[in-house]
Design a protein around this ligand. Structure first.
Ligand code: GCB
Length: 591
């Protein structure tokens, strides 16, 4: 699937804005075929946004089930003879789409795009009715998993991950035109050897047959290599590489011709760089890279997980201010605009699937929440694994051309001490490598599966661990925390893979202060990070530190959460806590 783009042969039309919207907790709409007519009793709902916090009502916030979006779409008159595609960048967690009376596509998974070819159903110059039913239920057959409980007739959503189950049309919706014979897909892989770059390309032509030619253009507009044929390798002597801190991009311009006439053209930004794990080093362009940054969330007041360029640019500016060079897309694939921005600014990304909460004993930082086995025919099973595999396929297909993405993370903190966990993850790790042999793959480990007990880490290329010494373990006792953290890190480093501490930190309520080591104060959050950094600096083989979290974020309700998770270095409104200044001193000592 190509990214929608405007080129001499292609156009896009944004369908963002206000849609008609109704909740359908009872699930009447599918039975009564609500897509066949204007939605009855609808209200306005912004797209992109989560619907949960838009209306001040528990019906919206705690909704479980279907929700319907609808709008009329004017199809541009100039699109006669073109192929017309309706594209959703995300619908959380699943959706079915109708154009007028006809169902056109269904999609499972809340964080990857999907599209429908609607050429035969719409008429350029006329309007069509587009209806989408999104469903937010998490079950043991979804990624992320969850369970819908029946509380005496009231349906309640339960899940084991620590962020609010926002839902809706979270990302842009577009109507796109392409030529009938068109570039359907494009895969790019890059290499770098002694100053010479290579760009391998593989173009898929859809809708017919055409000749393919490609040209690689540098950021100054110079054509630096050309090629013909659907696949090949371009060689660029003295190439200007993409590197952390400098998002230098070339453009690969792909052109389709029939009998010498151009019929389609599209452009793919390309960053020429390599990624490699060698021993316990993580190398980008052959040079050791140390990850400094955050686990993040797509999360903000009012809009929930709705993508917003203003917030995105602000977050990147704050990361630059503090000296971060990287982040992890915890705990799901982020909007494609985010990866575009990272590409252009040389920010390094660990790209994660939405496989979070595959760990029944754990919930929102609490242990013992559930005594069932995580992997069983009643819980996470082979069917779940196939849904997980599809999530991996869609993540790799969507993001593989982004130079910023350097690691695939296929799950966060699953249960990994049982034999069943190994059987579950081995094929998924193999699949990821098969789909993309160019990037290291891993699973983020949690503290109940230390080195030696984890049955999955030896299958990974890189060790990513989340540890909360000084918070969930040894709260208020940083001396004990320091000893234990160091012992654990050394045990992981001894396994010989590079180690990234992908989460560490503690909650702090801005304005809460103390002289003693008191959890929840701003001082304690600083002291906990200082302790962690002392340890990280002493242990060889550690190649990165990602603080949890960039900003405070919404979670489900619970006694360990104060209006959400408050481990943010910034508040949810993006104000710095004391720890932000401390981190800036560490990460940008000369600023
Ligand atoms: C974790 C999870 C993250 C939680 C965090 C916490 O290990 O990966 O999703 O939010 O701990 O604050 O408990």
């Amino acid at each position: 699937m190509m990214r929608p783009q405007d080129t001499p042969t292609r156009e896009t039309k944004s369908l963002d804005g206000l849609w008609d919207f109704v909740l359908d907790a009872a699930g009447d709409g599918r039975r009564d075929q609500w897509w066949r007519a204007p939605l009855v009793g609808s209200r306005s709902m912004p797209v992109p946004a989560s619907y949960n916090d838009i209306v001040p009502s528990a019906d919206f916030r705690d909704h479980v089930g279907d929700a319907w979006y609808q709008r009329r779409v004017q199809v541009p008159a100039g699109w006669v003879g073109q192929r017309i595609v309706l594209r959703f960048d995300a619908a959380t967690h699943r959706a079915t789409v109708y154009v007028d009376d006809v169902e056109v596509v269904s999609h499972e998974g809340g964080y990857t795009p999907f599209e429908a070819d609607v050429t035969a159903l719409v008429t350029p110059g006329s309007a069509a009715r587009v209806t989408v039913v999104v469903n937010n239920e998490l079950t043991f057959r979804s990624i992320p998993p969850g369970e819908v409980l029946d509380d005496g007739g009231r349906r309640r959503q339960r899940y084991h991950h620590d962020f609010f189950n926002y839902a809706g049309l979270h990302r842009t919706v577009r109507l796109c035109s392409t030529p009938r014979v068109h570039v359907a897909d494009l895969v790019v892989t890059t290499g770098l050897d002694d100053g010479t770059g290579t760009v391998g390309y593989d173009v898929e032509v859809g809708g017919g047959v055409a000749e393919v030619s490609v040209a690689l253009v540098d950021a100054e507009g110079r054509e630096v290599a050309t090629g013909s044929g659907a696949s090949g390798t371009l060689v660029v002597p003295d190439v200007h590489p993409w590197r952390p801190g400098e998002g230098y991009l070339h453009d690969l311009v792909v052109t389709l011709h029939v009998d010498g006439v151009v019929i389609d053209t599209c452009t793919q930004p390309v960053g020429v760089r390599t990624v490699e794990v060698r021993g316990s080093s993580f190398l980008i362009n052959g040079e050791p890279f140390y990850f400094r940054g955050f686990g993040k969330h797509e999360d903000a007041a009012v809009r929930g997980k709705g993508h917003d360029d203003a917030l995105m640019v602000h977050d990147f500016e704050l990361m630059a201010w503090i000296g971060a060079n990287s982040f992890r897309t915890s705990h799901y694939p982020y909007a494609e605009e985010v990866l575009d921005y990272a590409d252009r600014h040389g920010i390094v990304v660990i790209d994660e699937t939405a496989a979070v909460g595959l760990n029944l004993p754990l919930s929102g930082g609490q242990i013992g929440a559930d005594t069932r086995a995580t992997y069983s025919s009643e819980t996470i099973d082979d069917t779940t694994r196939e849904v997980h595999a599809q999530a991996i396929r869609e993540l790799v297909a969507r993001d593989r051309n982004h130079p910023s993405v350097v690691v695939w993370c296929i799950a966060n903190e699953p249960e990994t001490t049982s034999e069943e966990s190994r059987a579950y993850f081995a094929p998924l790790l193999d699949l990821t490598r098969e789909l993309d042999p160019t990037r290291p793959v891993g699973v983020v480990n949690m503290f109940l599966a230390p080195a030696g007990r984890c049955r999955v880490s030896d299958l990974c290329d890189i060790t990513m661990i989340n540890r909360y010494y000084g918070w969930y373990v040894d709260a208020g006792d940083l001396a004990a925390a320091e000893v234990r953290l160091e012992a654990e890190l050394r045990a992981w480093a001894a396994q010989g893979r590079p180690v990234v501490l992908t989460e560490y930190g503690g909650d702090a309520l801005p304005g809460l202060h103390a002289i003693a080591d008191v959890p929840w104060t701003e001082e304690y959050q600083v002291a906990l990070l200082d302790m962690t950094h002392r340890v990280l600096d002493r242990v060889d083989g550690v190649v990165g530190e990602h603080v949890w979290n960039f900003a405070d974020f919404a979670t489900s309700s619970g006694v360990s959460r104060v209006d959400g998770n408050r481990k943010g270095v910034f508040t949810r409104e993006r104000r710095p806590k004391a720890v932000a200044h401390a981190l800036r001193r560490r990460w940008r000592p000369t600023a």
